[in-house]
Design a protein around this ligand. Sequence first.
Ligand code: LER
Ligand code: MN
Length: 256
Amino acid sequence: MIVPLQDPTPFSPFPPEGWRAALMRVAEAGFEAVELAVTDPAEIDHDQVAEALREVGLRLSSLTTGQAAGKQGLSLASSDDELRARAIRRIQDHVRLARPHGAVVIVGLLRGADGEPELLMESLQECTRFDPGVKLALEPLNRYESRLINTVAEALEVVERVGADNLGILFDTFHASIEERDFREAVRAAGDRLFHVHLADSNRWVPGHGHLPFPQVVGALAGIGYRGALVVESLLKPSPSALFEFPKLATQVLAG
Ligand code: LER
Ligand code: MN
């Protein structure tokens, strides 16, 4: 589940100002880990975040970074040097926040909806070099959100060209349902480069309320020995309560 710390997101029922109480509710619902949506890590108290997570017993699986694209126009593929440099520094700030938790830093919309693939490559090289001990997960996004990297195969090409061990892939079932030929094929292709997973159904509703074959996806994840987190990144549909009920139904929805 996702908790925003600074700006609201359509993927979370929580307002940013209530983030501490939100963590408690996430833990009470039965989730083991949480993804934090952080626009600018330099503006938050890292120790306070660590302490709040400890208090409720949640692991920090991941940081999502895309709000800095939507709100501030930052982009790792921008031909505007200033915006690109700020996007790189922003990822580095996320890496600092992620490090003590072993959390994955997501490169989703911060790569830009459009832009220069070569510049993106250079930016990723710089981001991965900053701290090789922190994993960055490049997320294939569907064609309506970005022109850059829509499939696992395209993401793998970038990962290979960047050539850093700490760059891998985020597999989001919603984007995959639009762009991939076959879930199993895509997961197998990602293999040990799969660093993170987002779950949402075909309509981007809570898993189990659309028509994606989750047992097929989970079978493929087991097949490659995936040990990372499964984070629900869905709209609050059919209702916010469906999101809170997910941990209780997870086995049924995911294993079939
Ligand atoms: C981010 O993880 C994502 O999946 C994007 O579609 C958010 O808009
Ligand atoms: Mn996603």
